[in-house]
Design a protein. Structure first.
Ligand code: NAD
Length: 255
Protein backbone atom coordinates (compact mmCIF):
# COMPACT_ATOMS: atom_id res chain seq x y z
CA UNK A 1 0.00 0.00 0.00
CA UNK A 2 1.41 3.40 -0.96
CA UNK A 3 0.42 6.92 0.03
CA UNK A 4 1.03 9.50 2.74
CA UNK A 5 -0.67 7.34 5.37
CA UNK A 6 0.35 3.91 4.09
CA UNK A 7 -0.19 1.31 6.79
CA UNK A 8 -1.68 3.77 9.31
CA UNK A 9 -4.71 2.72 11.34
CA UNK A 10 -7.05 5.61 12.14
CA UNK A 11 -10.13 6.25 14.23
CA UNK A 12 -12.14 9.09 12.68
CA UNK A 13 -15.01 10.55 14.71
CA UNK A 14 -17.61 13.08 13.57
CA UNK A 15 -19.07 11.81 10.30
CA UNK A 16 -22.78 12.65 10.07
CA UNK A 17 -23.14 13.65 6.38
CA UNK A 18 -20.83 13.58 3.39
CA UNK A 19 -20.30 17.31 4.00
CA UNK A 20 -18.75 16.57 7.41
CA UNK A 21 -15.09 17.56 7.60
CA UNK A 22 -14.54 14.06 9.03
CA UNK A 23 -15.95 12.47 5.87
CA UNK A 24 -13.33 14.24 3.75
CA UNK A 25 -10.62 13.20 6.20
CA UNK A 26 -11.75 9.55 6.07
CA UNK A 27 -12.00 9.57 2.27
CA UNK A 28 -8.59 11.17 1.70
CA UNK A 29 -7.01 8.96 4.37
CA UNK A 30 -8.24 5.81 2.63
CA UNK A 31 -7.07 7.16 -0.73
CA UNK A 32 -3.67 7.63 0.89
CA UNK A 33 -3.27 4.15 2.25
CA UNK A 34 -4.87 4.31 5.72
CA UNK A 35 -7.23 1.81 7.28
CA UNK A 36 -10.15 3.79 8.76
CA UNK A 37 -12.60 2.98 11.54
CA UNK A 38 -15.40 5.51 12.00
CA UNK A 39 -17.28 6.36 15.14
CA UNK A 40 -20.77 7.77 14.94
CA UNK A 41 -23.11 9.51 17.34
CA UNK A 42 -26.90 9.46 17.40
CA UNK A 43 -28.34 8.32 14.10
CA UNK A 44 -25.98 5.40 13.58
CA UNK A 45 -27.86 3.99 10.58
CA UNK A 46 -27.31 7.33 8.82
CA UNK A 47 -23.58 7.25 9.58
CA UNK A 48 -23.43 3.66 8.32
CA UNK A 49 -25.10 4.71 5.08
CA UNK A 50 -22.61 7.57 4.62
CA UNK A 51 -19.71 5.21 5.46
CA UNK A 52 -20.66 3.13 2.41
CA UNK A 53 -19.89 6.15 0.20
CA UNK A 54 -16.21 6.01 1.12
CA UNK A 55 -13.77 4.40 -1.33
CA UNK A 56 -13.70 1.42 1.10
CA UNK A 57 -16.83 0.93 3.22
CA UNK A 58 -15.60 1.63 6.78
CA UNK A 59 -16.83 -0.02 9.96
CA UNK A 60 -18.80 2.27 12.29
CA UNK A 61 -18.79 2.00 16.06
CA UNK A 62 -21.05 3.97 18.36
CA UNK A 63 -19.51 6.74 20.46
CA UNK A 64 -21.24 9.45 22.44
CA UNK A 65 -18.29 11.30 23.99
CA UNK A 66 -20.39 12.17 27.04
CA UNK A 67 -21.01 8.47 27.82
CA UNK A 68 -18.54 6.93 30.29
CA UNK A 69 -19.76 3.52 29.14
CA UNK A 70 -19.03 4.23 25.46
CA UNK A 71 -15.60 5.66 26.30
CA UNK A 72 -14.70 2.68 28.50
CA UNK A 73 -15.68 0.23 25.76
CA UNK A 74 -14.11 2.11 22.86
CA UNK A 75 -10.73 0.36 22.73
CA UNK A 76 -12.30 -3.12 22.66
CA UNK A 77 -14.76 -2.11 19.94
CA UNK A 78 -11.98 -0.61 17.79
CA UNK A 79 -9.90 -3.78 18.34
CA UNK A 80 -12.59 -5.79 16.56
CA UNK A 81 -11.46 -4.05 13.36
CA UNK A 82 -7.79 -3.06 13.80
CA UNK A 83 -5.03 -4.27 16.15
CA UNK A 84 -4.01 -0.76 17.23
CA UNK A 85 -4.21 2.90 16.27
CA UNK A 86 -1.67 5.31 14.78
CA UNK A 87 -4.04 8.26 14.71
CA UNK A 88 -7.28 9.63 16.14
CA UNK A 89 -9.33 12.42 14.59
CA UNK A 90 -11.59 14.46 16.87
CA UNK A 91 -14.13 16.19 14.64
CA UNK A 92 -16.83 16.81 17.20
CA UNK A 93 -18.62 19.95 18.32
CA UNK A 94 -21.98 20.84 19.77
CA UNK A 95 -23.55 23.72 21.70
CA UNK A 96 -27.21 24.16 22.66
CA UNK A 97 -28.96 26.99 20.78
CA UNK A 98 -28.91 29.28 23.86
CA UNK A 99 -25.09 29.34 23.63
CA UNK A 100 -24.97 30.62 20.04
CA UNK A 101 -26.26 33.47 17.89
CA UNK A 102 -25.69 36.31 20.35
CA UNK A 103 -26.87 34.52 23.50
CA UNK A 104 -23.56 34.84 25.36
CA UNK A 105 -24.87 36.94 28.25
CA UNK A 106 -27.96 34.80 28.90
CA UNK A 107 -26.95 31.17 28.26
CA UNK A 108 -27.46 29.11 31.45
CA UNK A 109 -24.59 27.12 32.93
CA UNK A 110 -26.26 23.78 32.20
CA UNK A 111 -26.18 24.57 28.46
CA UNK A 112 -22.65 25.98 28.60
CA UNK A 113 -21.56 22.84 30.48
CA UNK A 114 -22.95 20.68 27.67
CA UNK A 115 -21.06 22.72 25.06
CA UNK A 116 -17.82 22.38 27.01
CA UNK A 117 -18.25 18.67 27.71
CA UNK A 118 -18.97 17.76 24.09
CA UNK A 119 -16.65 20.22 22.35
CA UNK A 120 -13.70 20.63 24.76
CA UNK A 121 -13.39 17.98 27.47
CA UNK A 122 -14.14 15.25 24.93
CA UNK A 123 -10.80 15.91 23.23
CA UNK A 124 -9.04 14.57 26.32
CA UNK A 125 -11.68 11.86 26.93
CA UNK A 126 -11.35 10.53 23.38
CA UNK A 127 -7.55 10.51 23.50
CA UNK A 128 -7.55 8.64 26.82
CA UNK A 129 -10.12 6.13 25.56
CA UNK A 130 -7.91 5.43 22.54
CA UNK A 131 -4.63 5.42 24.48
CA UNK A 132 -4.53 1.63 25.14
CA UNK A 133 -4.41 1.19 21.33
CA UNK A 134 -1.55 3.65 20.81
CA UNK A 135 1.34 1.83 22.46
CA UNK A 136 3.70 2.81 19.62
CA UNK A 137 2.78 6.51 19.80
CA UNK A 138 0.77 8.34 17.18
CA UNK A 139 -1.18 11.49 16.44
CA UNK A 140 -4.35 13.08 17.78
CA UNK A 141 -5.81 15.76 15.51
CA UNK A 142 -8.81 18.01 16.20
CA UNK A 143 -10.70 20.82 14.48
CA UNK A 144 -10.99 24.33 15.86
CA UNK A 145 -12.28 27.70 14.72
CA UNK A 146 -9.67 30.37 15.56
CA UNK A 147 -10.39 31.10 19.23
CA UNK A 148 -7.96 33.98 19.67
CA UNK A 149 -10.80 36.38 18.84
CA UNK A 150 -14.38 36.96 19.99
CA UNK A 151 -16.52 36.42 16.92
CA UNK A 152 -20.10 37.61 16.43
CA UNK A 153 -22.66 34.79 16.99
CA UNK A 154 -20.08 32.13 17.95
CA UNK A 155 -20.40 32.96 21.67
CA UNK A 156 -19.92 29.97 24.03
CA UNK A 157 -18.74 27.80 21.16
CA UNK A 158 -15.85 30.25 20.88
CA UNK A 159 -15.10 29.75 24.57
CA UNK A 160 -15.31 25.98 24.05
CA UNK A 161 -12.84 26.25 21.15
CA UNK A 162 -10.45 28.36 23.26
CA UNK A 163 -10.60 25.54 25.80
CA UNK A 164 -10.03 22.97 23.07
CA UNK A 165 -6.94 24.83 21.89
CA UNK A 166 -5.58 24.82 25.42
CA UNK A 167 -6.59 21.19 25.99
CA UNK A 168 -4.64 20.22 22.88
CA UNK A 169 -1.52 21.88 24.29
CA UNK A 170 -1.98 20.08 27.63
CA UNK A 171 -2.49 16.78 25.84
CA UNK A 172 0.75 17.45 23.97
CA UNK A 173 2.43 18.09 27.33
CA UNK A 174 1.08 15.00 29.07
CA UNK A 175 1.32 12.46 26.23
CA UNK A 176 4.52 13.62 24.55
CA UNK A 177 6.64 11.12 26.51
CA UNK A 178 4.53 8.33 25.02
CA UNK A 179 5.29 9.55 21.52
CA UNK A 180 1.81 10.98 21.02
CA UNK A 181 1.44 14.31 19.22
CA UNK A 182 -1.61 16.55 19.57
CA UNK A 183 -2.37 19.18 16.95
CA UNK A 184 -5.37 21.15 15.68
CA UNK A 185 -6.49 22.46 12.32
CA UNK A 186 -8.19 25.87 12.50
CA UNK A 187 -10.56 25.73 9.54
CA UNK A 188 -12.41 28.61 7.95
CA UNK A 189 -16.23 28.44 7.69
CA UNK A 190 -17.63 25.35 5.94
CA UNK A 191 -21.28 24.51 5.28
CA UNK A 192 -21.85 21.50 7.50
CA UNK A 193 -24.68 20.50 9.84
CA UNK A 194 -22.74 21.97 12.80
CA UNK A 195 -22.28 25.28 10.95
CA UNK A 196 -25.93 25.47 9.92
CA UNK A 197 -26.95 25.23 13.57
CA UNK A 198 -25.30 28.60 14.27
CA UNK A 199 -27.78 31.46 13.72
CA UNK A 200 -25.99 34.21 11.75
CA UNK A 201 -23.31 31.87 10.37
CA UNK A 202 -23.71 33.72 7.04
CA UNK A 203 -21.72 36.60 8.58
CA UNK A 204 -18.65 34.37 8.57
CA UNK A 205 -19.40 33.24 5.07
CA UNK A 206 -19.55 36.82 3.78
CA UNK A 207 -16.42 37.90 5.66
CA UNK A 208 -14.33 34.99 4.36
CA UNK A 209 -15.63 35.24 0.83
CA UNK A 210 -14.78 38.94 0.69
CA UNK A 211 -11.51 39.03 2.61
CA UNK A 212 -9.56 35.76 2.72
CA UNK A 213 -6.33 36.55 0.85
CA UNK A 214 -6.34 33.21 -0.98
CA UNK A 215 -10.11 33.22 -1.44
CA UNK A 216 -12.27 30.64 0.33
CA UNK A 217 -14.73 27.96 -0.70
CA UNK A 218 -17.53 27.35 1.82
CA UNK A 219 -18.21 23.92 0.38
CA UNK A 220 -14.73 22.48 -0.10
CA UNK A 221 -13.71 20.45 2.97
CA UNK A 222 -10.63 19.07 1.27
CA UNK A 223 -8.09 21.77 2.27
CA UNK A 224 -8.89 21.24 5.98
CA UNK A 225 -8.87 17.46 5.48
CA UNK A 226 -5.48 17.59 3.73
CA UNK A 227 -3.99 19.43 6.70
CA UNK A 228 -5.40 16.75 9.03
CA UNK A 229 -3.72 14.09 6.89
CA UNK A 230 -0.41 15.92 7.01
CA UNK A 231 -0.58 16.13 10.81
CA UNK A 232 -1.50 12.42 11.04
CA UNK A 233 1.40 11.50 8.78
CA UNK A 234 5.10 11.03 9.53
CA UNK A 235 5.88 14.45 8.05
CA UNK A 236 5.33 16.37 11.31
CA UNK A 237 7.34 14.13 13.65
CA UNK A 238 8.53 16.95 15.93
CA UNK A 239 5.37 19.08 15.96
CA UNK A 240 2.89 19.00 18.82
CA UNK A 241 0.63 21.49 20.60
CA UNK A 242 0.40 23.32 17.25
CA UNK A 243 -2.53 24.93 15.41
CA UNK A 244 -2.42 25.01 11.63
CA UNK A 245 -4.73 27.57 10.03
CA UNK A 246 -6.54 26.40 6.94
CA UNK A 247 -8.63 29.50 6.34
CA UNK A 248 -7.42 31.05 3.10
CA UNK A 249 -5.15 33.27 5.21
CA UNK A 250 -8.00 35.10 6.96
CA UNK A 251 -6.38 34.93 10.42
CA UNK A 252 -3.31 36.78 9.15
CA UNK A 253 -5.03 39.96 8.02
CA UNK A 254 -6.32 42.92 9.98
CA UNK A 255 -9.44 43.78 7.97
N1 NAD B 1 -17.97 23.83 9.68
C1 NAD B 1 -17.16 24.83 10.06
O1 NAD B 1 -17.30 25.98 9.61
C2 NAD B 1 -16.05 24.54 11.03
C3 NAD B 1 -14.97 25.44 11.09
C4 NAD B 1 -13.94 25.18 11.99
C5 NAD B 1 -14.02 24.06 12.82
N2 NAD B 1 -15.10 23.22 12.73
C6 NAD B 1 -15.14 22.06 13.62
O2 NAD B 1 -15.05 20.88 12.87
C7 NAD B 1 -15.57 19.81 13.64
C8 NAD B 1 -16.51 18.98 12.78
O3 NAD B 1 -17.66 19.73 12.47
P1 NAD B 1 -18.30 19.80 11.02
O4 NAD B 1 -18.29 21.23 10.63
O5 NAD B 1 -17.71 18.80 10.13
O6 NAD B 1 -19.84 19.48 11.30
P2 NAD B 1 -20.65 18.11 11.40
O7 NAD B 1 -22.00 18.50 11.90
O8 NAD B 1 -20.58 17.37 10.12
O9 NAD B 1 -19.84 17.28 12.52
C9 NAD B 1 -20.02 17.49 13.91
C10 NAD B 1 -20.03 16.11 14.53
O10 NAD B 1 -20.07 16.16 15.95
C11 NAD B 1 -20.74 14.97 16.35
N3 NAD B 1 -21.18 15.02 17.75
C12 NAD B 1 -21.99 15.92 18.34
N4 NAD B 1 -22.22 15.58 19.61
C13 NAD B 1 -21.51 14.43 19.84
C14 NAD B 1 -21.34 13.58 20.97
N5 NAD B 1 -21.94 13.81 22.14
N6 NAD B 1 -20.53 12.49 20.84
C15 NAD B 1 -19.91 12.23 19.66
N7 NAD B 1 -20.04 12.99 18.54
C16 NAD B 1 -20.84 14.08 18.65
C17 NAD B 1 -21.91 14.89 15.37
O11 NAD B 1 -22.49 13.60 15.35
C18 NAD B 1 -21.24 15.26 14.07
O12 NAD B 1 -20.79 14.10 13.40
C19 NAD B 1 -16.23 20.44 14.88
O13 NAD B 1 -15.32 20.41 15.95
C20 NAD B 1 -16.41 21.87 14.42
O14 NAD B 1 -16.51 22.79 15.49
C21 NAD B 1 -16.09 23.42 11.84
Amino acid sequence: MSGLLAGKRLLVTGVITDASIAFSVAKLAQENGAQVVLSGYGRLSLVERIAKRLPEPAPVIELDVTSEEHLAGLADKVREHVDGLDGVVHSIGFAPQSCLGGGFLDAPWADVATALQVSTYSYKSLAMAALPLMSSGGAVVGLTFDATKAWPVYDWMGVAKAGLESASRYLALHLGKQGIRSNLVAAGPLRTIAAKSIPGFDQFEDAWTERAPLGWSLTDQEPAARACLALLSDWFPATTGEIVHVDGGYHAIGA
